[in-house]
Design a protein around this ligand. Structure first.
Ligand code: AVI
Length: 321
């Protein structure tokens, strides 16, 4: 691929699509699934009977609400900073617990999407009118760097939903290192990690019978069609999930069932697919304690506590620097 071609492109989306679809084997970054339609599909996935992750984390937070709130709290006040606004349902359990305990805190959700933040704020304030909430729009680490004014106040950072699982180990370490850099001695990180389990349970979670996960992945191609003026015949692609119990990596692919030539006008690019050629779209890493301890160690973090659900499908870890 010509370097000049990449340079002339404006957005990261354009550059990444060009790079991924010009590579062999082809790949796309799952972060681009999340436009308005992708966000909605993910909300639906979280309600699918096969997608256990959200319910497990909700169970953990609900069961351990009191203990978590007491670990997080600080007499002199603290900031509860969430990376990713989400739909707020699990966070609401923590916020309710803290308000009930009369804790002195401010909730600072960080998200790239202003729309998600406004929506979250409106919903939370309706149900929890006493909540101090200061939404922060921007990318996580830029915002965390800006947060200098909170330097002498305890920070509790929340990363829920096993979002780290969508990063390979190298990127996950980088992500944790960036969080670690923003932390001080007294600060805590509360993070969810989906665990290794019966491979069939994992495969089912990413291959729901209603086909919502398939639609979710295919949204990548719909988005390229819409935003980059392309002509993917999306119906010819089949969603294909794999899980490797040795590495704990679930991978999703879109497999082209027939030969196809795609023109992506905005990139001035023609992409040829042979029959059964794939696009790798997402990884959803599953963990065990040893792997989480290894990641933490690499990032300069220490595990101080863990909480799991009844079936031990999912774990939330508390880290300190
Ligand atoms: C957001 N993330 C943690 C989800 C996961 O489980 O990897 C995204 C997802 N992909 C398919 N289903 C859900």
């Amino acid at each position: 691929m010509k370097k000049n071609k990449i340079k002339s492109l404006k957005s990261d989306f354009e550059k990444d699509v060009l790079k991924g679809l010009s590579s062999y084997p082809k790949y796309l970054d799952s972060k681009y699934i999340y436009d308005q339609k992708g966000d909605k599909l993910f909300q639906q996935i979280m309600h699918m009977p096969e997608y256990y992750l959200t319910r497990c984390e909700h169970e953990i937070i609900t069961t351990h609400q009191k203990e978590l709130c007491s670990i997080f709290s600080d007499n002199t006040g603290f900031d509860l900073i969430e990376l990713g606004a989400g739909d707020g349902k699990k966070t609401k359990v923590i916020l309710e617990g803290l308000l009930k305990a009369d804790a002195n805190f401010t909730y600072l959700p960080i998200d790239i999407s202003l729309h998600s933040l406004e929506d979250l704020q409106e919903r939370l304030l309706l149900e929890l009118p006493d909540l101090h909430i200061e939404p922060l729009q921007g990318s996580y680490f830029k915002v965390l760097k800006r947060l200098k004014r909170y330097i002498n106040r305890k920070k509790v950072l929340l990363v829920l939903g096993s979002n780290i699982g969508n990063l390979n180990h190298k990127k996950a370490i980088l992500f944790l290192k960036n969080i670690q850099k923003s932390m001080q001695e007294n600060d805590l990180l509360f993070m969810g990690f989906d665990q290794k389990k019966d491979p069939q349970v994992i495969l089912n979670a990413y291959n729901d019978a209603a086909g919502i996960t398939a639609e979710f992945n295919k949204n990548l191609l719909h988005r390229i069609n819409k935003q980059l003026d392309a002509n993917f015949n999306v119906d010819q692609f089949k969603h294909w999930e794999t899980y490797n119990p040795e590495t704990g990596t679930a991978k999703s692919f879109l497999v082209c069932q027939e030969p196809q030539q795609v023109l992506i006008k905005k990139l001035d690019l023609v992409v040829n697919f042979e029959a059964y050629e794939s696009i790798h779209c997402e990884i959803s890493q599953k963990y065990d304690d040893a792997t989480v301890a290894w990641l933490a160690n690499k990032a300069g973090l220490e595990i101080v506590n863990t909480f799991t659900d009844q079936r031990a499908y999912y774990k939330n870890y508390i880290f300190k620097k």
